[in-house]
Design a protein around this ligand. Structure first.
Ligand code: FE2
Length: 134
């Protein structure tokens, strides 16, 4: 019985942490949880790696191009790009294999204005986000 109660307490604590993280993420780039999300300006334990990992974003009309200048080898590569709003609405995503170039292009919905997050995930150096506004 005690083990079950401890399990429930732990589950509730984790649920609370997840909700707080979601709220913090929605507030902006300065609120990204350290050790979970890295940015060009907050590379954390991956300092020095930001050049290849922080997504580079190019806006061309309604098109958004995301590029990582990251080596793509069998053991170390960019796994995925995701384009999303701070509220968590996914606008596009692309999964890569090690032989791909880490590049993806998306078209925003007609009339879209606001903050967008470009995310890339390295299989070794974790999750990186570039925040921008269109
Ligand atoms: Fe990497």
């Amino acid at each position: 019985m005690s083990r079950r109660r401890d399990f429930l307490k732990g589950s509730m604590a984790l649920t609370g942490a997840a909700v707080l993280s979601g709220a913090a993420l929605a507030q902006g780039p300065s609120k990204f949880p350290a050790g979970l999300v890295y940015t060009k300006d907050a590379p954390g334990r991956w300092a020095g790696k930001e050049g290849a990992h922080a997504p580079k974003v190019t806006l061309e009309g309604p098109a958004i191009k995301i590029v990582n200048t990251h080596p793509m080898t069998e053991k170390h590569f960019i796994v995925k790009h995701t384009l999303l709003t701070p509220e968590g609405k996914v606008l596009g995503e692309k999964t890569f294999v090690s032989t791909d170039a880490a590049e993806s292009t998306y078209t925003l919905p007609d009339g879209f204005k606001g903050t967008v997050w470009a995310a890339s995930f390295c299989n070794i150096h974790d999750l990186w986000v570039t925040v921008f506004t269109v």
